[in-house]
Design a protein around this ligand. Sequence first.
Ligand code: TXA
Ligand code: MG
Length: 338
Amino acid sequence: MRTKLLHDTEEDIALAAALLQKGEIVAFPTETVYGLGADARQEDAVHAIFAAKGRPADNPLIVHIASADMLPEIAADVPEIAWKLAQVFFPGPLTMVLPKRPDIPYVTSGGLDTVGIRMPSHPTANALLKAAGCPVAAPSANRSGRPSPTTAAHVMADMDGRIAAVLDGGACEGGVESTVICFDDPETIHILRPGLVSAEMLAPYAGKVYVDRAVYSQLSPEAKVASPGMKYRHYAPHAKILPVDAPDFASFSAWVTTHAQTGDYVLLFDSDPVIENIPTMRYGDDGRTQAHLLFRRFRELDEAGAHTVYVRMPEQTGTSLSVYNRLMRAAGFEVITL
Ligand code: TXA
Ligand code: MG
């Protein structure tokens, strides 16, 4: 199959929409990362997503919608709190897990009776969803286990020849995938995957907000997980990622200077001073910039042929928690603590 590279024009968006209607797979930009889209109700098309990604069949997909009004077409029940959150955070990087309607096939929901739903804010994604006129199931557009793609070139690197088309909408602003939540009861928000909609931002709309423990630590293989995606090692470049939890820059610098070998890199904050003789990349100082750059840097480190990458630790609060979580998962939760 030749993968068509489409552009952000009315004509190409119409072409991409027609491909989706025909049951083909089209990668498209969102405000978080690129998605690998197919009509969520066409079982064969959704099967083809799993094949193109090499994704385990029990890892459910997120269904993308063009407006909040479509929630009852996907979810069997939309509680009051979900409507309230949709009003505030749609369109945007928030996915809500709700009971699924019977006409959403189990292949889409990874065999679960629930389904993740979100309305993306990227104008190209929104135009595509409107033109296609169907709910679009889309995981991140990387091969399973690779960092999520934040440019059309990243998608091409992973998917060329495996899907019908890539719609190029430029680099994604967000850089990490959406916040995934479910509701334990009508007042409780359970964060399954942190993203740019933080616990702090959700707190005013719920009695209680809490973060799943799988966000902070590796679960044992037998552990029951609330979100199947959390049990898979993810987001990893070929290089070995090793976060170093140091009380300050001086101790980080001293430690890596004595431990780094030829071929190793450091991934520093922008405001960190230079470390002599160790190849360096940087990924910003605040959570939003770090989220925007993390996966891009992972791919650049691979292109540079980095062996081990010693990484400065992000914060664990606000939007930074999403960066911390992706970094820890890339590292298999192994950390050097000084
Ligand atoms: O920002 C995003 O969410 C991107 C863009 C393309 O929209 N999509 C994305 O999809 O990251 P994916 O498939 O890479 O990640 C979906 C995550 C997985 O961790 C999955 O386990 C979880 O959402 N998820 C989806 N449906 C679920 C459900 N019914 N119950 C629990 N977790 C669910
Ligand atoms: Mg993914």
